[in-house]
Design a protein around this ligand. Structure first.
Ligand code: PGA
Length: 276
């Protein structure tokens, strides 16, 4: 295995996952408090389903003021396109509300709702048919030891999930170690870089280098204002998936401010990408 110096496209994307939080009356204030920062990066807000309509209107409102980097995301999607699936929401319905991105395979979906690779793959296919970009979450089990990341198991999951997909390059990947979700600790930079290089190599082997270099890689799990400075210099990292810190517009604004102030995409224009 060697290293090639090759051009790769870098992004700064922040995806906000409110999970089962927020209420209707707080939404408008929330958007107005963070609007100062969303010119500098791409921000994807994933509200609970009942608020998609209101958040879609707020997104359009900000887009019409020239803030074109604010997007609406969903936290989940049904695994079939339509039919007798009580309680499920289809990708076409999400599209109807202006959803551009959707999380899929979040650790909480995998562990609490027993979603497996087959279901996750079906969801990705539904999203891609509807023209919605999947944000595929993957990572170590919540019970795993923080110091022993299972890179082999992770790359195997990625390979099995991406294999045979149509248009696989229209996807974002988010590494979230289960033990880090909901806490305020993150893995050391070297661990993250090892994972990202391995995942990028797997993608290159599965999708080809040209497609693989356009797939943004995010980190999620315990991203907070007080640890973001350690994550930002991480090579191969294109952005963040944020839960707890995004529940209050004040803490999210503080985080976005740090990303905008300290995050230099310029140091990341050329990056070593592993070749097989
Ligand atoms: P956290 O959640 O930022 O609270 O760790 C991240 C996630 O679950 O996506």
């Amino acid at each position: 295995m060697g290293f090639n110096i090759c051009f790769r496209v870098f992004f700064v994307i922040v995806v906000v996952n409110w999970k089962m939080n927020q209420l209707r009356e707080t939404l408008s204030d929330y958007y107005s408090h963070i609007s100062d920062y969303i010119r500098e990066l791409s921000l994807v807000i994933c509200p609970p389903y009942p608020y998609l309509d209101q958040c879609s209107k707020l997104t359009n409102q900000y887009n019409s003021r020239g803030i074109s980097s604010l997007y609406l995301g969903a936290q989940n999607v049904g695994h079939q396109s339509s039919g007798a699936y009580t309680g499920e929401i289809s990708a076409a319905m999400l599209k109807d509300f202006g959803v551009s991105y959707s999380l899929v395979g979040h650790m909480e979906r995998r562990t609490i709702f027993q979603e497996n690779t087959l279901i996750i793959k079906q969801k990705i296919i539904c999203l891609q048919h509807a023209g919605i970009i999947p944000i595929l979450c993957f990572g170590d089990d919540p019970t795993s030891d923080p110091l022993t990341t299972n890179t082999k198991a992770i790359t195997e999951t990625i390979k099995n999930t991406l294999d045979g997909l149509d248009k696989p390059s229209s996807i974002i990947l988010a590494y979230e170690p289960g033990w880090a979700i909901g806490g305020d600790e993150t893995p050391p930079r070297e661990v993250l870089e090892e994972i990202f290089f391995s995942v990028r190599s797997t993608m290159t082997a599965t999708l080809g280098q040209d497609m693989s270099r356009h797939v943004p890689l995010l980190y999620g799990g315990g991203v907070r204002e007080n640890n973001i400075h350690r994550l930002l210099p991480c090579r191969e990292l294109d952005g963040f998936l944020c839960g707890g810190v995004s529940l209050k517009s004040k803490t999210l604004s503080a985080l976005l401010n740090k990303i905008v102030t300290h995050g230099s995409t310029q140091t990341k224009v050329f990056s070593p990408v592993k070749s097989g």
